[in-house]
Design a protein around this ligand. Structure first.
Ligand SMILES: O=C[C@H](O)COP(=O)(O)O
Length: 379
């Protein structure tokens, strides 16, 4: 299950976030850039207001990459469940010194490193973070006026980040001016947290958060229903472990379903078994028809639908994944990604190479959703 981290500036906002359904109350001062810190007094009052119902995190601030500044900031925030420490662009040595300095506190709080997608993040730091006792790592954006996370980093790169962090046994979070349509697209990657501030306010990022907005984001995240990697014990106790939504069996006598499609989507890919097909790209056309549970007639938000963006993202990820020998492999991998969403009943995938002749060559496959099959076998 993916958790919803809501950034708040005051105890009052924390209560709004709580009422709206946030899973983690993240203290930061939004008028002071990406990781503006709130005072220790605000931290204490917020912890008291939240009263143990949810974990509270506090950011260390927009600090220079100097061990003594980072140490002091962590020291003042140890009463929070998580302390988020920004790894701002700096030389490797300075960054390593900050990570090493944080190690002294890893037994006393859960440390989360924050890297910045628009700040040339070094994903190779993940193992250092693990060795220094960090509990998690997030990707966020520094410049809140420069577009959201997906503008700065491709899904394939984010996938790599989540995978590397998970391999290092770190919790992962994604944030950066995220909006409602990003949730399903990032949900496919299975991070532990999605973090929000801008999407929770009706006006500017530093205006007050709005409960209805918080509830909308909470509903969309709850609708993802992905399994989570373990969250360390004392913070976990404050997180609700509601059953995975979206897992209900389709009603008996349900219709064939509706179709979400992406057709004739052409991208250049490295593909083919011949030597002359290596080291160059050729145009490949993808067409995907996903048969999904009938769309409710009152569907109005992203949470009510299966997004074609998820299919497009999966195709783009294939294009970025290096050389593939067979179109059949592309088709199977794409089908698997689409079928991972429990609303999908069946998928038809057509993959065509366009540069080999006057026409197209390729493959078309149809695959049923495995979770639907096993359910009907049990009956
Ligand atoms: O940690 C999450 C951030 O506060 C996200 O803020 P943002 O949605 O305004 O980028």
């Amino acid at each position: 299950m993916i958790r919803f981290l809501a950034s708040v500036a005051t105890p009052e906002e924390a209560l709004v976030a709580l009422a709206g359904g946030a899973d983690v109350i993240d203290l930061k001062e939004p008028s002071d850039g990406a990781l503006g810190a709130v005072s220790p007094d605000v931290i204490e009052r917020t912890i008291a207001a939240v009263g143990g119902r949810r974990p509270v995190s506090a950011v260390a601030g927009n600090l220079p990459m100097r061990p003594e500044s980072v140490r002091r900031a962590i020291e003042e925030r140890l009463s929070a469940d998580f302390v988020k420490i920004g790894l701002f662009p700096a030389g490797r040595e300075e960054t390593e010194a900050v990570i090493a300095a944080a190690r002294d506190y890893s037994e006393r709080s859960l440390l989360i490193a924050v890297m910045f997608a628009d700040g040339a993040p070094d994903l190779g730091l993940v193992t250092l973070l693990r060795d220094a006792g960090f509990s998690g790592v997030m990707l966020d954006t520094m410049d809140k006026g420069s577009g959201g996370l997906l503008r700065h980093m491709s899904l394939a790169k984010l996938h790599e980040f989540v995978g590397a962090a998970r391999d290092a046994n770190l919790m992962t979070g994604l944030a950066g001016s995220l909006e409602a349509p990003d949730i399903q697209r990032l949900g496919v990657l299975g991070p532990d947290f999605l973090g929000f501030r801008s999407a929770l306010t009706r006006n500017a990022r530093d205006s007050e958060i709005d409960e209805a907005k918080v509830a909308e984001i909470a509903g969309l995240i709850a609708g993802l229903g992905r399994p989570a990697s373990p969250v360390p014990s004392h913070a976990n106790a404050k997180l609700s472990d509601a059953d995975l939504p979206g897992a209900a069996a389709p009603g008996a006598g349900a219709t064939e379903g509706d179709t979400i499609f992406v057709r004739d989507f052409v991208l250049p890919l490295e593909i083919g078994a011949y030597a002359h097909e290596y080291g160059r790209r050729q145009d490949v056309r993808f067409s995907v028809d996903a048969t999904i549970d009938p769309i409710p007639s009152d569907a109005r938000t992203m949470g009510d639908i299966y997004s074609y963006d998820v299919i497009i993202d999966a195709i783009r990820a294939l294009a970025e994944s290096g050389h593939t020998v067979l179109v059949e492999e592309l088709a199977s991998r794409l089908a698997e990604t689409v079928l991972a969403d429990r609303r999908v009943r069946r998928v038809r995938v057509k993959v065509e190479k366009l540069d080999l002749g006057p026409g197209a060559v390729g493959v078309e496959i149809v695959r049923p959703a495995p979770h639907r099959e096993s359910r009907s076998r049990r009956k």
